[in-house]
Design a binder for this molecule. Structure first.
Ligand code: NAD
Length: 505
């Protein structure tokens, strides 16, 4: 089954990790294995690229940009529409491959491909809407307007947990905007990136374009550093941990480049006494346990009103007991493995720390013995003073804390360095409005009566504070991938100056 899947996507047992208009057959970097987190076995071996190979990629991406930027945007949209069709045809198998390499369950693997398809549809429509404003000029017979031009080669650094969708958020928008892109994926998920490039390259080649989407997998983080330091790359979009964002952000900033940072979250939900508790329960379990707690938007902190705490916690602990954990390829499984042995160690360490800081484990708390990186989803009764709750541990640990006044719960929600996603479950309009107001959640995403995870591509996605401030995917995020030009045309025979300034010769 795995061999067939790899063959379907043209992936050899030892495959090149560098694509520059075509696969560089023997990149000169170290080889490393992609590991299946469900059984610890090697899926395939990747030949990574060196700085020389990166230079080849960049040369092609720059060359590609010169051609691609001249293609009318609606024509670019037509090609992206074809990519959407190719992804539709490959949805099931690419979803399976994502499941194989990340350990996310079948429907989430497929959901990720659907997100790519949605991005293609969105971008196709957008290709006829990359418009600027016309602004009233204060000067007679003058026309003041803005236009948007392609930016250049966009660097994309992505995380393991959305190994394909995050590429699409960036690369598809960049392509619609007339940019080319160089992608450095996570070394946990190289196979997915190779499959994505193969699907897309077929469409691009059949349309006569080869250098729009490139890939450079390197040893460790090297390619991310090359991208961050590269003055030829005007925009670096980096998705991953806050630590990575701090390292990459500084490098890009030092050369006065533009960065789009999508970093860690430490998301919270508030359960008010007026909430529909059945709905809240489902929302909490999906947000906290889905993708084995490995979403940037995973629910990590839960504030439950003290009047319903006992009742709600009993329901929640029961629900946790009913989560089927196992091989993510099997129907009915709700939670697969963590990505690596290291991730399991980090989770166990965080649980021990939480206990030392006064936390009490209410559900789970253990690794599951046997092959694969399986763990129990865990609930810890905590208090807002515990230092551990300030951190994002990328695993299914939910810290639960009671509250009495909504104002306090909102303060707790905001009282962490990250600012990605947040939610309130309430049937009170007043509470919902308070949560969404300027006095409410300080996060980039604020939801009412749905959990913190599972965003649609139509909205701008991203967060504040240490989450990095970047916005990707829908809404007007395309503007980040273009350069804005403000133009003034004088249609008269006088030369009036702005602000009434006189400069008479
Ligand atoms: P990670 O930070 O370890 O790696 C992400 C990418 O950055 C990888 O390609 C990696 O090679 C590179 N990288 C890591 N450290 C680097 C460094 N010091 N210098 C240069 N490059 C570096 O993240 P991960 O474990 O793959 O993914 C999980 C993290 O990503 C979580 O913190 C999660 O919240 C975050 N994430 C955020 C979003 C978002 O949209 N905000 C989306 C997905 C994941």
């Amino acid at each position: 089954m795995i061999t067939e899947l790899l063959e379907k996507f043209g992936i050899h047992h030892t495959h090149s990790g560098v694509y520059a208009g075509d696969w560089i057959t023997k990149p000169e970097g170290m080889e490393f294995d992609s590991i299946n987190p469900s059984d610890g076995k090697c899926i395939a071996t990747i030949m990574s690229g060196t700085k020389n190979n990166y230079e080849q990629v960049m040369a092609m991406a720059e060359e590609g940009f010169k051609k691609w930027r001249g293609v009318p945007a609606p024509k670019r949209g037509e090609i992206i529409r074809q990519i959407g069709i190719a992804l539709r045809k490959n949805k099931k198998d690419l979803g399976l491959l994502i499941t194989l390499e990340t350990g996310k369950i079948l429907s989430e693997g497929q959901g990720e491909v659907q997100e790519m398809i949605d991005m293609c549809d969105f971008a196709t429509g957008l290709s006829r809407q990359l418009h600027g404003l016309t602004i009233a000029s204060e000067r007679k017979d003058h026309r003041l307007f803005e236009q948007w031009h392609p930016l250049g080669v966009v660097g994309i650094i992505s995380a393991f947990n959305f190994p394909a969708a995050v590429w699409a958020w960036n690369a598809i928008l960049a392509a619609i905007c007339g940019d080319t892109s160089v992608w450095k994926p996570s070394n946990h998920t190289p196979i997915t990136s190779i499959a994505v490039i193969n699907i897309v390259a077929l469409v691009m080649k059949s349309n006569g374009y080869e250098n729009v989407f490139s890939l450079c997998i390197s040893e460790g983080h090297l390619a991310a550093e090359w991208i961050a330091d590269d003055k030829r790359i005007p925009l670096v979009s980096a998705t991953g941990s806050c630590e990575m964002g701090k390292a990459i952000g500084v490098k890009v900033c030092q050369r006065l480049g533009r960065s789009l940072l999508e970093l860690g979250g430490n998301n919270a939900a508030i359960i008010s006494p007026s909430a529909n508790l059945d709905l809240a329960l489902r929302g909490v379990v999906f947000a906290a346990v889905g993708t084995a707690g490995q979403r940037c938007t995973t629910l990590r902190r839960l504030f439950v009103h003290d009047s319903i705490e006992n009742m709600f916690m009993e329901k929640l602990c029961n629900a946790y007991g009913n989560v089927t954990i196992g091989n993510p390829w099997e129907e009915g499984v709700l939670m697969g493995p963590l990505i690596s042995v290291d991730a399991v160690e980090k989770m166990m360490h965080a649980i021990e720390e939480a206990k030392k800081q006064g936390g009490k484990v209410l559900a789970g708390g253990n690794r599951i013995s046997g092959i694969g990186n399986f763990v129990e989803p865990t609930i810890i009764l905590a208090n807002p003073e515990m230092p551990i709750i300030q951190q994002e541990t990328f695993a299914p640990i939910l810290y639960v804390m009671p509250y009495h006044h909504l104002g306090d719960a909102i303060q707790f929600n905001n009282g962490v360095p990250q600012g990605l996603s947040s939610a309130i479950f309430t049937d009170s309009v007043g509470e919902a409005e308070q949560f969404l107001s300027y006095r409410g959640s300080d996060c980039g995403i604020a939801n009412v009566n749905i959990g913190t995870s599972g965003a649609e591509i139509g909205g701008a996605f991203g967060g504040e504070k240490e989450t990095g401030g970047g916005r990707e995917s829908g809404s007007d995020c395309w503007k980040t991938y273009m350069r804005r030009q403000t133009c003034t045309i004088n249609g008269g025979d006088q030369l009036p100056l702005a602000q009434g300034v006189h400069f008479d010769l």
